[in-house]
Design a protein around this ligand. Sequence first.
Ligand SMILES: NC(=O)c1ccc[n+]([C@@H]2O[C@H](COP(=O)([O-])OP(=O)(O)OC[C@H]3O[C@@H](n4cnc5c(N)ncnc54)[C@H](OP(=O)(O)O)[C@@H]3O)[C@@H](O)[C@H]2O)c1
Length: 235
Amino acid sequence: MKPRIAVVTGANKGMGRAVSEKLASQNYHVVMVGRNESALKKTAIELIEKKYSVETFTADISQKEDCEKLIEHIDKKHGRLDVLINNAGIFIDESKECSDLAFKDDVMKQTMETNAMAPYRLMKGLIPLMRKNGYGRVVNVSSGLGSFEGAASYCLSYSVSKATLNMLTKLFASEVDGIKIKVNAICPGWVQTDMGGKGAPRTIEQGISGMFWAATLDETGPNGGFFRDGSPIDW
Ligand SMILES: NC(=O)c1ccc[n+]([C@@H]2O[C@H](COP(=O)([O-])OP(=O)(O)OC[C@H]3O[C@@H](n4cnc5c(N)ncnc54)[C@H](OP(=O)(O)O)[C@@H]3O)[C@@H](O)[C@H]2O)c1
């Protein structure tokens, strides 16, 4: 059987690296996407040495042109896509101030481009390829901080960007048939990565379990939900 094709953004480290390895270990061919070419290649070589089928694609996903090039690459080289994991994300809010005046335009713009606009562009460009092939799983890596229950004033832009990603999840999910193609958002919990820090309670392995679950749902699985560890959580 031909391997399924998966795209994972932010694949050079953290949960992106780990979920790429997990998918590759299950006979997926993984297109590992990252903006730091040398770090990305180094990570990919480690997986190739384990005999996994991966390739790299260098892209700064906050740039529209880079997203377009990635979409074109997948179409031309593979002509299909089975799994898209919108994992790349940034958390650059610096303010400790609990005030709406602490919003910073440049932080908001960069955060929205990376955490919300890039998944939007990639879903818009890549779901049609899934439709062509009659199969697709989209996993938007969100955060409890993007829920209206979980919003926190110490991460203003990040919370807004993940709430936007959640709404995009709902809207794209409503546009697919929900059986052959599914679009879901997941929260990995607070995880020990560069973003989460060493004090986080969850291991990377625990963090990616919900991502892998959503990437490999069978046709009875949910569409248009928000999950942590496979269980629904509040928007
Ligand atoms: N860790 C947590 O506790 C936690 C909790 C909830 C949700 N999340 C979400 O989980 C996802 C993965 O986070 P993580 O903890 O694994 O973070 P991480 O270790 O900081 O990794 C983030 C990845 O995203 C990449 N990235 C960022 N901006 C990019 C861009 N413009 N173009 C291409 N790649 C870009 C990074 O590349 P560089 O190496 O080049 O920076 C890196 O590979 C994120 O969406 C995050 O918001 C994390």
